[in-house]
Design a protein around this ligand. Structure first.
Ligand code: ADP
Length: 259
């Protein structure tokens, strides 16, 4: 709490009054902390691929490049680290644009099932490699007014996570239903799940339940923060239900016809 004390003259001669102003700055402090944490984490995350790129290129120049096999192997690692850097920078820029509300929403009528099926195509290869099933359960046929590319970004993030954080032969099911004037999209998997005490935190920037696993799977740790921003910018909400070892369901609610 911040306080200001202002002395003022009272009605009677010689009488002094004090006005004490108390400001609740909890929220301001929290937002400041979110911001500084973000800069610290972003720098740290960016440093990892940069350090790798520097190290591998130095080693190559120090003579390792004479060996054709080593050269190829190192270049492949450097390419992967560059992609990582690229994803990170893109996600960081995306978040900062979203924060400044610089994202124009291009609203149009979209068939929700078609959007889900189109998103399945993006993860089909990974799902096939892991012999996973992708199912769409259309309880209601829904046309919603939404920014189509933003909707696909939300779906792609959630469905990709469901595939990544589920073991081989697992199953991902997207259910679509209408509840009052809202479209409800449930993205369910029977994968590794998320411990109860971490479920609130996974929407935080860079928060990961298992850092190593997430990095290896190409994740930046920013996907769910972006999803949450997008859903909220579309006047919707997102919640999670998960049981460790059993699976996870993300529940997205979007207005069918935003005002
Ligand atoms: P990442 O790029 O690491 O996947 P996200 O913001 O998309 O970042 O997700 C944050 C973390 O939440 C992940 O690192 C993972 O630990 C956890 N998570 C997200 N989706 C799932 C899921 N379907 N099942 C289990 N854990 C998940």
């Amino acid at each position: 709490v911040d306080a200001n004390i202002v002395p003022i003259d009272g009605k009677e001669p010689g009488e002094q009054n004090l006005i004490v102003l108390l400001y609740d700055i909890t929220e301001i402090r929290r937002l400041e902390k979110v911001r500084t944490d973000f800069v610290t984490n972003a720098s740290h995350e960016l440093k990892t691929p940069v350090t790798a790129l520097k190290g591998f290129s130095e080693t190559l120049l120090d003579g390792a490049m004479e060996d054709k096999e080593v050269l190829k192997q190192f270049l492949e690692i450097m390419l992967a680290e560059s992609s990582r850097l690229d994803f990170l920078v893109n996600d960081i820029l995306e978040l900062s644009k979203l924060e400044q509300k610089q994202v124009p929403m291009n609203m149009q009528e979209v068939n929700l099932s078609e959007a889900v099926l189109a998103t399945f195509q993006l993860v089909k290869q990974t799902a096939d490699e892991k012999e996973m099933e992708l199912n769409l359960l259309e309880e209601d046929t829904l046309f919603i007014t939404v920014d189509n590319s933003r909707l696909k970004q939300i779906l792609a993030n959630l469905i990709n996570n469901a595939v990544v954080y589920t073991q081989e032969s697992g199953k991902v099911t997207v259910t679509i239903r209408k509840e009052n004037d809202q479209a409800v999209i449930l993205v369910s998997d029977n994968g590794i799940g998320i411990p109860e005490d971490e479920q609130d935190r996974i929407f935080e920037r860079f928060y990961r339940v298992d850092k190593a696993r997430s990095r290896n799977s190409g994740g930046t740790g920013l996907g769910l923060s972006i999803v949450k921003y997008l859903v909220e910018n579309l006047n919707g909400s997102i919640t999670i239900k998960s049981k460790l070892g059993l699976g996870t369901t993300f529940i997205v609610r979007l207005p069918i016809q935003p005002r």
